[in-house]
Design a binder for this molecule. Sequence first.
Ligand code: SF4
Length: 365
Amino acid sequence: MYPADSGDASLAAAPPPAAQGATVPHILEQDGHLGAWLERQGQPAWRARAIRRWLFERRAATFADMTDLPKDLRTGLDRDFRIWTTSIARHSKADDGTEKLLLALHDGQRIECVLLRDGDRRTVCISSQVGCAMGCVFCASGLDGVIRNLTTGEILEQLLRLQQLLPATERLSHIVVMGMGEPLANLDRLLPALAVAQDPEGLGISQRRITVSTVGLPAAIDRLAAENPGYHLAVSLHAAEDQLRTRLVPVNKSIGLVEVMAAADRYWEASGRRLTFEYVLLGGVNDSPEDAGRLARLLGRRAALVNVIPYNSVAGLEWREPSKGSQERFLDVLRQAGVNVQVRRRKGARIDAACGQLRRLERQA
Ligand code: SF4
């Protein structure tokens, strides 16, 4: 059972579609895949563009909806591809307009993705893996380690699912890859998905409106800088000295803050874009004025924005929210040191919108 505040029950749980076979590929799994298939069917290559247009612009939910395609082509697409390899296990909606989907994958695994409404912005937060290997101690997603990478199709399907929640007059404007998983540990599948998202024939979202978050994996940051430095990089710090950071983000033990910051600097040089550093504020753990002073010294004169995220308690975890007073003192120290800082409150707290929380509740139920 879900807790009473986990969303509008009327929105819950479409039954799983009958056909969830992993052997039937997602229509967007690989760009070349569809092109080769069309060729084998004796269809012109431009049909691929028409199909993408149906998916992204006209939001077709079935191949049968693609009414200007020949009927035998629609039948063939329906036989050989899937638009939906996931089913909606849970759909929750908060008073602030935030909507969250718990998706069941073809193999029974669950992931989460979120639509956030803020003024004209329609931001989606998507997952990149099932579970997470980084083991951040305050995060529900990492409690059981990583189970597998998401495929390119599964990453794109989250965008299609969330887009379906919008009225025809609205479109997705921003993407943050900050849901379950460490995005840079799955770059091989994430980058092709983001390429489709930014393609004018896909979602047409400028890469400047796409944020990729990481705990700071230097080799992967360097790869992203080499392949596509246009994305906005958000590095999750959570502590400004190694001992505490290793306690909170265990993967730090084999990397260290010096290497994380050096890789972030190289990304900044490649992209020319201001970096974002994320800092989850845990009551009594990393929220003292001394912690803030260490963070200000670590950042020095970098062109950076610090997102301070007051922690929301997670069922089963020991960490607690920082007090209002400690939050204010922490922010004061940063501001007085000239650090560009903003507080990011979690939207949709009533629907457990922190990453991994809904999936965990579902598994405990
Ligand atoms: S906070 Fe992010 S990187 Fe850390 S365990 Fe959770 S999902 Fe993984």
